[in-house]
Design a binder for this molecule. Sequence first.
Ligand SMILES: Nc1ncnc2c1ncn2[C@@H]1O[C@H](COP(=O)(O)OP(=O)(O)OP(=O)(O)O)[C@@H](O)[C@H]1O
Ligand SMILES: [Mg+2]
Length: 361
Amino acid sequence: MSKNKYLDILPAHIGPYEILGKIGKGGMGDIYKAKQKTLDRVVAIKVLPPQLSRDNEFAKRFEIEAKAISLLQHQNIVTIHECGEDDGYSYIAMQYIDGMDLGNYIAETKVIAVSDIIDFSKQICRGLLYAHHHNVVHRDIKPQNILLDKSNIIHITDFGIAKIFSTTDIDITQTGSTVGTPEYMSPEQAQGKKIDAQSDIYSLGIVMYEMLTRKPPFTANNSMAVAYKQVHEPPIPPSFKRKDTPKQLELIILKAIKKTKRDRYESVEELLTHLDMVDPNERTDRQTQLFRPTFKQTSASAVDQRITDRRSGDRRGGILSGVHQPVFSGGYWKTMLRINWPTWLTIAALGSVLLVYIFKQ
Ligand SMILES: Nc1ncnc2c1ncn2[C@@H]1O[C@H](COP(=O)(O)OP(=O)(O)OP(=O)(O)O)[C@@H](O)[C@H]1O
Ligand SMILES: [Mg+2]
């Protein structure tokens, strides 16, 4: 490969691939559209920073992990064709997806239909479910790693790539940032703890939240502040930002982004089962319906009961429980009093001052 990264000139070839153009630039390297002449197919090539190839530890891990990832064959996962090296650059050749990533889709689409959000989420779940069954955790689920082709089929990319990088001491991110994306990072990942399938579920929950509201729940102007929020700050329910959020979908998202793994979905299977039962037309302001599985499943009803209860009663624990009750009910005003007590106190003080002023005249 003849590439001068300082001049940012497009290489003519990478390995046996003829470069057609640059697709984008990620934290870990550039990505190109290329042609594999022998098979007459278009591929995407991810070129990794050159210093990595000189790191023996990395090279070993790259080989092991890349092999595991390339075994994943699923409609909702980008297929890895080959991993190779050219002129000191390691690269990954993969299936080219003609479409756009979910990040761009969210930016371009003002309001994504609830039915599309459910459809996309289910497709992501299917890809994740397959990978988790093959003991591969994604570790970096975010809209930029979820590609949408022209037939609205989801293809998850960069499976397990973060793991390959996690063991190297070299700063592989071109921006100098750490591997992983704070806005989509699970609390355990933000704390540097062990990551597993439930961490992917958390990140997916954040992506679902963003599809609904256009913004992830935890944002700030620096990574540390975002990480802090992932660990400590309760999310604002998406229905506060988007009124047509089906209540069941909201419950699912809130359960997927629970801070403690104990409270979160244990498996993608469980999440997918609940997504299958969402009625896209059900609104948050309607009475909570219990999930009613159409098939026999021993643990599901207990889980369904649990997440429904959290939503409808004080067990949800937040000061916001009660605001969904009718305006003329005692519960509503009790909650309003609890939330807005400084306002009421100010009104009372101003009223008293006014009364004193009137009676003194
Ligand atoms: N297989 C592919 N086919 C088509 N486009 C792709 C493919 N893989 C990635 N892209 C596009 O290239 C962009 C850059 O991808 P890349 O993985 O390099 O960066 P990223 O996902 O933003 O960050 P990171 O390096 O953390 O993964 C993606 O956002 C996507 O739009
Ligand atoms: Mg990526």
